[in-house]
Design a protein. Structure first.
Length: 297
């Protein structure tokens, strides 16, 4: 269940307390590994007994014979320190009075817990990756690297962060809003963050992986690109910008915007024709891919 934005489990207890009217009782659920050793935790949001993972709460005794049919305690998974993968665990409920005298305890109840672990890897280029071993055996890696287009500068690579540019000569010279960033001045490939984010999940059982570029939304399977667009073909490139076509998919509909651009035009789409790179039917042009500069087009 989810409680307070945290995912975890609820332990339900059914017990009766006699002769303690007007006092309080402590109902605590302790958690153990497969050898019935207490799970350890340093989590500060829940009670710990010398580092033992447990969930607890008090109950007010209002009658000579007070019965709780469904006394529940919530335990977030993050406080249990479950091992990566799927393992057997145990839970046991202990009832105490306010002096910590044990009034009664339950049997050990087994359950299957699934956990993951994450480690961070740092790259020489200043980026890093969070690698998580999931409970089902798959491995998810989230890579954060400096944007390949703006190189971490966060500004548009076409207008150099100016938001527009001058084109033409003499009386025909005019200022135009940058067709890449639309005047926002931000790099359109990393949304102005300066960071490229790519997520990959590898399944060792099938020796296959699925990945996605956070900013472009492009998805990949075992290094090949796929999506649900019509007349789309599979590619075996991992380029997050052009998906192996060698062409920048961003359409340039104003020829004057080529001023100051150091990459040549590589494709011109005529009016009324469906563009194979952006699906538009208008006249426009495409540059070579600014990331891989592939010649596959």
């Amino acid at each position: 269940v989810t409680k307070g934005g945290k995912l975890g489990m609820v332990v339900h207890a059914d017990f009766t307390v006699n002769g303690l009217k007007g006092e309080k009782v402590d109902c605590t659920a302790y958690f153990y590994d497969k050898y019935k050793n207490n799970l350890k935790t340093t989590y500060s949001g829940y009670k710990t007994v010398t580092g033992k993972a447990c969930a607890w709460s008090y109950g007010n005794v209002t009658y000579d014979n007070s019965h709780w049919k469904d006394f529940d305690n919530f335990m977030p998974y993050e406080a249990m320190n479950l091992e990566a993968g799927k393992h057997e665990y145990y839970c046991k409920v202990v009832i105490c009075d306010t002096d910590n005298n044990i009034l009664g305890d339950s049997e050990y109840y087994s359950f299957t817990g699934t956990g993951s672990n994450t480690k961070r890897i740092y790259y020489d280029n200043g980026g890093y990756a969070d690698k998580t071993t999931n409970a089902d055996g798959t491995i998810t890696t989230v890579n954060y690297t400096p944007c390949n287009i703006c190189h971490g500068r966060k500004v548009c690579n076409l207008c150099n962060g100016a938001g527009g540019m001058w084109g033409g000569y003499g009386n025909y010279r005019r200022y135009a809003i940058c067709t890449s960033c639309g005047g926002s001045r931000q790099c359109k490939y990393c949304q102005g963050t300066g960071v490229s984010v790519f997520t990959t999940t590898y399944n060792p059982a099938t020796n296959s992986s699925v990945g996605q570029d956070l900013w472009s939304g492009n998805s990949y399977v075992s290094g090949g690109h796929y999506n649900d667009d019509d007349d789309n073909s599979s590619s075996h490139s991992s380029c997050s910008i052009c998906n192996g076509t060698g062409v920048d998919p961003h359409p340039w509909e104003d020829a004057a915007s080529n001023v100051g651009r150091n990459l040549p035009w590589c494709y011109t789409n005529s009016s009324g024709k469906k563009c194979p790179y952006c699906k538009k039917y208008t006249w426009h042009q495409h540059h070579k891919c600014p990331k891989c500069n592939s010649s596959s087009y």
